[in-house]
Ligand binder design. Sequence first.
Ligand SMILES: CC(C)(COP(=O)(O)OP(=O)(O)OC[C@H]1O[C@@H](n2cnc3c(N)ncnc32)[C@H](O)[C@@H]1OP(=O)(O)O)[C@@H](O)C(=O)NCCC(=O)NCCS
Length: 171
Amino acid sequence: MVNDNIRLIEDEESKRKLAEMYSLFYRETEADGDFCLDDKEAIDTMVSSIGNSQNKWGYFVDNSRGDPVGFILCHRYTNAASSYIKPGDVEIESFVERGERGKGLGKLLKNAATDSIAEMAKGPARVLSFVESTNETNLAVLRKTGFSEIKGSGYTGDPGRMYSIYARDID
Ligand SMILES: CC(C)(COP(=O)(O)OP(=O)(O)OC[C@H]1O[C@@H](n2cnc3c(N)ncnc32)[C@H](O)[C@@H]1OP(=O)(O)O)[C@@H](O)C(=O)NCCC(=O)NCCS
C-alpha cells in the first residue's frame, strides 16, 4: 500500500460509510441529481457494487484519527461503453471532505488508484475522469495530476449540463 492512511474499501461498515460519503460527492458534483442519503435503494446498489467484482473497487483516505475523509472509486470497463470509452479503460471518481482539501489527500487517493490499475492491467492502461465543465477545482487538479482532455468528448449525461472527459495513460 502506498500510504498508511489509504485502505481498501471491503467490509460492510466501510461500504455503508462510502454510501454516505458518495451522497455528499454526488450532491456537490451533480447538483440536479436525485441520489440522496434517504434513497435506500440507491445506497444499497452503491454498497453492493463495490468489491463484488474485479471491475469495481475503491479506497478510503483516513485523517489522523483514523476516520475516513475521502474516497476514490475505480470502475473498469469491459465493453466499449461509448465512442470515447475502450474496453480496459478505468474511470475514477474521487472526493475529499471540504475541510480536508488542499492537503494532498486527493493526490494520495489518485496514486493508490493508479498503482492498483497498473497492477491489474499488467501493462499500459488508460484512466478516465468525467468532470463537469464548470468544476474549476477539479479541472485544475486533473491538469496538475497529468490528465488531459479527450478532444471532442463533450458528454451530456443530463440535459443542459456539459461534461468533459479527461484521460491519463499509465505504463
Ligand atoms: C478533487 C478533489 C478530490 C481534490 O482533493 P484534494 O485533497 O483537495 O487534492 P490535493 O490536495 O491532493 O491536490 C492535488 C493537486 O491539485 C492542486 N489543487 C488542489 N485544489 C486546487 C484548486 N482549488 N485549484 C487549483 N489546484 C488545486 C494541488 O495544489 C495539488 O497539486 P500540487 O501537488 O502540484 O500542489 C477535491 O477537491 C474534491 O473532493 N472535489 C469535489 C468532488 C470532485 O469534483 N471530484 C472529482 C470528480 S470525479
